[in-house]
Ligand binder design. Structure first.
Ligand SMILES: Cc1cc2nc3c(=O)[nH]c(=O)nc-3n(C[C@H](O)[C@H](O)[C@H](O)COP(=O)(O)O)c2cc1C
Length: 287
Protein backbone atom coordinates (compact mmCIF):
# COMPACT_ATOMS: atom_id res chain seq x y z
CA UNK A 1 0.00 0.00 0.00
CA UNK A 2 1.14 3.54 -0.69
CA UNK A 3 2.24 5.35 2.45
CA UNK A 4 2.00 9.12 2.58
CA UNK A 5 3.92 11.99 4.14
CA UNK A 6 1.46 14.68 5.22
CA UNK A 7 2.68 18.26 5.43
CA UNK A 8 1.19 21.39 6.94
CA UNK A 9 2.23 24.51 4.95
CA UNK A 10 2.28 26.52 8.18
CA UNK A 11 5.27 24.48 9.43
CA UNK A 12 7.48 25.68 6.56
CA UNK A 13 9.18 28.92 5.57
CA UNK A 14 8.98 29.95 1.89
CA UNK A 15 12.31 28.46 0.64
CA UNK A 16 11.51 25.04 2.10
CA UNK A 17 7.82 25.07 1.09
CA UNK A 18 8.15 26.36 -2.49
CA UNK A 19 9.77 23.14 -3.83
CA UNK A 20 6.78 21.13 -2.59
CA UNK A 21 4.37 23.44 -4.42
CA UNK A 22 6.19 23.32 -7.75
CA UNK A 23 6.99 19.62 -7.37
CA UNK A 24 3.46 18.49 -6.58
CA UNK A 25 1.46 20.00 -9.42
CA UNK A 26 3.12 18.85 -12.62
CA UNK A 27 3.37 19.42 -15.50
CA UNK A 28 2.70 23.16 -15.48
CA UNK A 29 2.40 25.08 -18.75
CA UNK A 30 4.64 28.11 -19.10
CA UNK A 31 3.40 31.59 -19.97
CA UNK A 32 6.27 33.50 -21.55
CA UNK A 33 4.90 36.97 -21.05
CA UNK A 34 5.78 40.08 -23.06
CA UNK A 35 4.88 43.38 -21.37
CA UNK A 36 5.78 47.06 -21.76
CA UNK A 37 6.27 49.91 -19.27
CA UNK A 38 4.91 53.42 -19.82
CA UNK A 39 8.20 54.47 -21.47
CA UNK A 40 7.66 51.72 -24.02
CA UNK A 41 10.51 49.50 -22.71
CA UNK A 42 9.82 45.81 -23.25
CA UNK A 43 10.03 42.92 -20.79
CA UNK A 44 9.84 39.16 -21.23
CA UNK A 45 9.62 36.57 -18.41
CA UNK A 46 8.38 32.98 -17.89
CA UNK A 47 5.66 32.05 -15.36
CA UNK A 48 4.52 28.50 -14.70
CA UNK A 49 1.83 29.42 -12.22
CA UNK A 50 -0.28 29.71 -15.34
CA UNK A 51 -3.32 28.31 -17.08
CA UNK A 52 -6.54 29.24 -18.90
CA UNK A 53 -9.71 29.37 -16.82
CA UNK A 54 -12.57 30.28 -19.12
CA UNK A 55 -13.27 29.73 -22.82
CA UNK A 56 -15.98 32.38 -23.34
CA UNK A 57 -14.88 34.91 -22.20
CA UNK A 58 -11.40 33.60 -23.01
CA UNK A 59 -9.49 34.21 -19.77
CA UNK A 60 -5.96 33.19 -18.82
CA UNK A 61 -4.19 33.76 -15.50
CA UNK A 62 -0.61 33.74 -14.33
CA UNK A 63 0.92 34.65 -11.04
CA UNK A 64 4.15 36.62 -10.63
CA UNK A 65 4.97 36.47 -6.93
CA UNK A 66 6.43 39.27 -4.90
CA UNK A 67 10.15 38.55 -5.33
CA UNK A 68 11.53 36.24 -2.62
CA UNK A 69 14.92 37.90 -3.18
CA UNK A 70 14.04 41.61 -3.12
CA UNK A 71 10.49 41.71 -1.69
CA UNK A 72 9.49 43.83 -4.73
CA UNK A 73 6.81 43.10 -7.33
CA UNK A 74 8.12 41.50 -10.54
CA UNK A 75 8.62 43.77 -13.56
CA UNK A 76 5.82 41.97 -15.43
CA UNK A 77 3.37 42.94 -12.67
CA UNK A 78 4.60 46.57 -12.52
CA UNK A 79 4.42 46.87 -16.31
CA UNK A 80 0.84 45.62 -16.40
CA UNK A 81 -0.12 48.37 -13.93
CA UNK A 82 1.30 50.92 -16.40
CA UNK A 83 0.30 49.34 -19.73
CA UNK A 84 -2.51 46.84 -19.05
CA UNK A 85 -1.72 44.59 -22.01
CA UNK A 86 0.51 41.58 -22.63
CA UNK A 87 1.25 38.70 -24.96
CA UNK A 88 1.43 35.16 -23.58
CA UNK A 89 3.80 33.13 -25.77
CA UNK A 90 3.99 29.34 -25.42
CA UNK A 91 7.59 28.07 -25.20
CA UNK A 92 8.79 25.45 -27.70
CA UNK A 93 11.68 23.11 -26.79
CA UNK A 94 13.81 24.88 -29.40
CA UNK A 95 13.69 28.10 -27.33
CA UNK A 96 14.12 26.50 -23.85
CA UNK A 97 17.64 27.86 -23.37
CA UNK A 98 16.59 31.36 -24.44
CA UNK A 99 13.69 31.20 -22.00
CA UNK A 100 16.20 30.52 -19.24
CA UNK A 101 18.01 33.76 -20.09
CA UNK A 102 14.77 35.70 -19.67
CA UNK A 103 14.11 34.38 -16.14
CA UNK A 104 17.01 36.44 -14.70
CA UNK A 105 15.75 39.13 -12.31
CA UNK A 106 17.23 41.98 -14.33
CA UNK A 107 16.83 45.67 -13.48
CA UNK A 108 13.56 47.15 -14.64
CA UNK A 109 13.88 48.40 -18.20
CA UNK A 110 16.39 45.73 -19.22
CA UNK A 111 15.08 44.15 -22.40
CA UNK A 112 15.22 40.36 -21.97
CA UNK A 113 14.07 39.92 -25.57
CA UNK A 114 17.33 41.46 -26.78
CA UNK A 115 19.43 39.64 -24.18
CA UNK A 116 18.02 36.33 -25.38
CA UNK A 117 18.59 37.22 -29.03
CA UNK A 118 14.92 36.80 -29.82
CA UNK A 119 12.97 38.40 -32.61
CA UNK A 120 9.51 39.91 -32.28
CA UNK A 121 6.40 40.09 -34.43
CA UNK A 122 4.12 43.13 -34.01
CA UNK A 123 0.85 42.39 -32.23
CA UNK A 124 -2.45 43.18 -33.89
CA UNK A 125 -4.38 44.69 -30.97
CA UNK A 126 -2.01 45.21 -28.00
CA UNK A 127 1.26 47.16 -27.76
CA UNK A 128 3.69 44.48 -26.46
CA UNK A 129 4.94 42.29 -29.35
CA UNK A 130 4.81 38.54 -29.92
CA UNK A 131 7.93 36.36 -29.72
CA UNK A 132 8.92 34.89 -33.09
CA UNK A 133 9.47 31.13 -33.17
CA UNK A 134 6.82 30.34 -30.56
CA UNK A 135 3.97 28.13 -31.80
CA UNK A 136 1.17 29.96 -29.96
CA UNK A 137 0.81 33.61 -28.98
CA UNK A 138 -2.12 35.15 -27.15
CA UNK A 139 -2.61 38.89 -27.18
CA UNK A 140 -4.38 39.79 -23.96
CA UNK A 141 -5.75 42.71 -21.95
CA UNK A 142 -5.65 43.00 -18.16
CA UNK A 143 -8.95 42.20 -16.43
CA UNK A 144 -8.03 41.99 -12.75
CA UNK A 145 -5.12 41.57 -10.34
CA UNK A 146 -5.85 39.59 -7.20
CA UNK A 147 -3.11 40.01 -4.57
CA UNK A 148 -2.74 36.73 -2.65
CA UNK A 149 -0.59 38.31 0.10
CA UNK A 150 1.98 41.03 0.77
CA UNK A 151 4.93 38.86 1.86
CA UNK A 152 7.80 37.71 -0.40
CA UNK A 153 6.61 34.67 -2.35
CA UNK A 154 2.95 35.77 -2.34
CA UNK A 155 1.42 35.42 -5.78
CA UNK A 156 -0.21 38.34 -7.52
CA UNK A 157 -2.81 36.56 -9.60
CA UNK A 158 -3.17 38.32 -12.93
CA UNK A 159 -6.31 37.60 -14.94
CA UNK A 160 -6.17 38.62 -18.58
CA UNK A 161 -8.66 38.38 -21.42
CA UNK A 162 -7.39 36.96 -24.69
CA UNK A 163 -8.20 39.30 -27.58
CA UNK A 164 -6.26 37.57 -30.37
CA UNK A 165 -4.90 34.02 -30.69
CA UNK A 166 -2.05 33.37 -33.14
CA UNK A 167 -1.27 29.78 -34.14
CA UNK A 168 1.70 28.71 -36.29
CA UNK A 169 0.37 27.01 -39.44
CA UNK A 170 2.90 24.21 -38.84
CA UNK A 171 1.11 23.01 -35.67
CA UNK A 172 -2.38 22.76 -37.15
CA UNK A 173 -4.19 19.54 -38.02
CA UNK A 174 -6.46 19.08 -41.06
CA UNK A 175 -9.33 20.76 -39.17
CA UNK A 176 -7.19 23.83 -38.45
CA UNK A 177 -6.88 22.98 -34.74
CA UNK A 178 -3.61 22.84 -32.78
CA UNK A 179 -2.21 19.30 -32.89
CA UNK A 180 -0.27 18.49 -29.69
CA UNK A 181 1.94 16.08 -31.65
CA UNK A 182 3.27 18.94 -33.75
CA UNK A 183 3.90 21.53 -31.03
CA UNK A 184 7.01 20.30 -29.16
CA UNK A 185 6.34 22.65 -26.26
CA UNK A 186 7.79 22.43 -22.76
CA UNK A 187 6.22 22.31 -19.31
CA UNK A 188 7.71 22.96 -15.88
CA UNK A 189 8.03 20.15 -13.32
CA UNK A 190 9.53 20.15 -9.82
CA UNK A 191 13.09 21.32 -9.14
CA UNK A 192 14.74 22.31 -12.40
CA UNK A 193 13.02 19.56 -14.40
CA UNK A 194 10.96 20.09 -17.53
CA UNK A 195 8.76 17.92 -19.72
CA UNK A 196 8.82 18.01 -23.49
CA UNK A 197 5.53 17.27 -25.28
CA UNK A 198 6.37 14.92 -28.15
CA UNK A 199 4.30 12.26 -29.98
CA UNK A 200 6.04 9.45 -28.04
CA UNK A 201 4.98 10.65 -24.60
CA UNK A 202 1.36 11.66 -25.10
CA UNK A 203 -1.75 9.52 -25.51
CA UNK A 204 -5.26 9.94 -26.86
CA UNK A 205 -8.31 9.02 -24.79
CA UNK A 206 -11.70 10.18 -25.95
CA UNK A 207 -13.87 11.84 -23.32
CA UNK A 208 -17.22 10.09 -22.94
CA UNK A 209 -20.04 12.64 -23.10
CA UNK A 210 -23.08 10.58 -22.26
CA UNK A 211 -23.14 9.02 -18.77
CA UNK A 212 -25.22 6.12 -20.20
CA UNK A 213 -22.20 5.13 -22.34
CA UNK A 214 -19.77 4.79 -19.44
CA UNK A 215 -19.19 1.42 -17.77
CA UNK A 216 -18.57 1.42 -14.03
CA UNK A 217 -15.24 -0.10 -12.98
CA UNK A 218 -16.95 -3.06 -11.30
CA UNK A 219 -18.82 -3.84 -14.55
CA UNK A 220 -15.52 -4.53 -16.29
CA UNK A 221 -14.66 -8.26 -16.45
CA UNK A 222 -11.82 -9.11 -14.09
CA UNK A 223 -9.52 -10.46 -16.83
CA UNK A 224 -9.72 -7.06 -18.59
CA UNK A 225 -9.15 -5.11 -15.38
CA UNK A 226 -6.03 -7.14 -14.65
CA UNK A 227 -4.80 -7.45 -18.23
CA UNK A 228 -1.14 -6.83 -18.99
CA UNK A 229 -2.03 -6.28 -22.65
CA UNK A 230 -4.20 -3.17 -22.41
CA UNK A 231 -2.78 0.28 -21.66
CA UNK A 232 -4.62 2.68 -19.35
CA UNK A 233 -5.92 4.50 -22.44
CA UNK A 234 -7.17 1.21 -23.98
CA UNK A 235 -9.15 0.51 -20.80
CA UNK A 236 -10.40 4.11 -20.95
CA UNK A 237 -11.81 3.46 -24.44
CA UNK A 238 -13.47 0.20 -23.42
CA UNK A 239 -15.03 1.89 -20.37
CA UNK A 240 -16.34 4.74 -22.53
CA UNK A 241 -18.17 2.36 -24.94
CA UNK A 242 -20.65 0.48 -22.83
CA UNK A 243 -21.93 -2.44 -24.93
CA UNK A 244 -25.77 -2.58 -25.26
CA UNK A 245 -25.82 -5.87 -23.35
CA UNK A 246 -23.38 -4.69 -20.66
CA UNK A 247 -25.23 -6.51 -17.88
CA UNK A 248 -23.91 -9.84 -19.24
CA UNK A 249 -20.28 -8.82 -18.87
CA UNK A 250 -19.72 -9.73 -15.24
CA UNK A 251 -21.76 -12.94 -15.60
CA UNK A 252 -19.66 -14.33 -18.44
CA UNK A 253 -17.11 -17.09 -17.80
CA UNK A 254 -13.47 -15.97 -17.92
CA UNK A 255 -11.91 -16.39 -21.40
CA UNK A 256 -9.78 -19.51 -21.82
CA UNK A 257 -7.00 -17.58 -23.59
CA UNK A 258 -7.33 -14.06 -22.21
CA UNK A 259 -4.02 -12.71 -23.53
CA UNK A 260 -4.70 -13.68 -27.16
CA UNK A 261 -8.23 -12.29 -26.94
CA UNK A 262 -7.01 -9.04 -25.39
CA UNK A 263 -4.48 -8.65 -28.21
CA UNK A 264 -7.22 -9.05 -30.82
CA UNK A 265 -9.37 -6.51 -28.99
CA UNK A 266 -6.46 -4.09 -28.64
CA UNK A 267 -5.95 -4.14 -32.41
CA UNK A 268 -9.46 -2.64 -32.76
CA UNK A 269 -8.81 0.24 -30.33
CA UNK A 270 -9.29 3.15 -30.06
CA UNK A 271 -11.65 3.64 -33.03
CA UNK A 272 -13.54 0.32 -32.95
CA UNK A 273 -14.29 -0.18 -29.25
CA UNK A 274 -17.80 -1.50 -29.96
CA UNK A 275 -16.38 -4.22 -32.20
CA UNK A 276 -13.83 -5.06 -29.50
CA UNK A 277 -16.65 -5.63 -27.01
CA UNK A 278 -18.64 -7.74 -29.53
CA UNK A 279 -15.55 -9.85 -30.14
CA UNK A 280 -15.07 -10.36 -26.40
CA UNK A 281 -18.68 -11.33 -25.74
CA UNK A 282 -18.87 -13.64 -28.79
CA UNK A 283 -15.58 -15.38 -27.98
CA UNK A 284 -16.37 -15.95 -24.32
CA UNK A 285 -19.95 -17.09 -25.00
CA UNK A 286 -18.89 -19.57 -27.68
CA UNK A 287 -16.16 -21.17 -25.52
C1 LIG B 1 9.96 27.96 -16.16
C2 LIG B 1 9.89 29.05 -15.13
C3 LIG B 1 8.68 29.32 -14.52
C4 LIG B 1 8.57 30.36 -13.59
N1 LIG B 1 7.36 30.60 -13.01
C5 LIG B 1 7.21 31.64 -12.16
C6 LIG B 1 5.93 31.94 -11.60
O1 LIG B 1 4.92 31.29 -11.89
N2 LIG B 1 5.85 32.99 -10.75
C7 LIG B 1 6.94 33.76 -10.45
O2 LIG B 1 6.80 34.71 -9.68
N3 LIG B 1 8.16 33.50 -10.97
C8 LIG B 1 8.31 32.47 -11.83
N4 LIG B 1 9.54 32.23 -12.38
C9 LIG B 1 10.64 33.17 -12.12
C10 LIG B 1 10.50 34.43 -12.98
O3 LIG B 1 10.62 34.08 -14.35
C11 LIG B 1 11.58 35.44 -12.62
O4 LIG B 1 11.36 35.92 -11.30
C12 LIG B 1 11.66 36.62 -13.57
O5 LIG B 1 12.82 37.36 -13.31
C13 LIG B 1 10.50 37.56 -13.49
O6 LIG B 1 10.73 38.54 -14.47
P1 LIG B 1 10.20 40.02 -14.40
O7 LIG B 1 10.68 40.65 -13.09
O8 LIG B 1 10.85 40.63 -15.59
O9 LIG B 1 8.71 40.01 -14.48
C14 LIG B 1 9.69 31.15 -13.27
C15 LIG B 1 10.92 30.87 -13.88
C16 LIG B 1 11.02 29.82 -14.80
C17 LIG B 1 12.34 29.53 -15.45
Amino acid sequence: MTTYRTLNPEDFALPEWHPYMIGSVIPRPIAWVTTMNKEGQLNLAPFSYFNVFSSKPPVAAFSPSTSARTGNPKDTHLNLLEVPECVINIVPYALAARMNITTGEYERGINEIERAGLETIPSVVVRPPRIAGTPVQMEAKLRQIIPLGENPGAGQLILVEIVRLHLAESILNEKGLPDPRKMDVIARLGGFWYARITPENIFWMKQPRNPAEILAWHELPQDIRESQVFSAADIGHLLAHRPPNAEVLTKLPAPTQPEALHREMKALLPERAEEAWNLYIRTVQSA
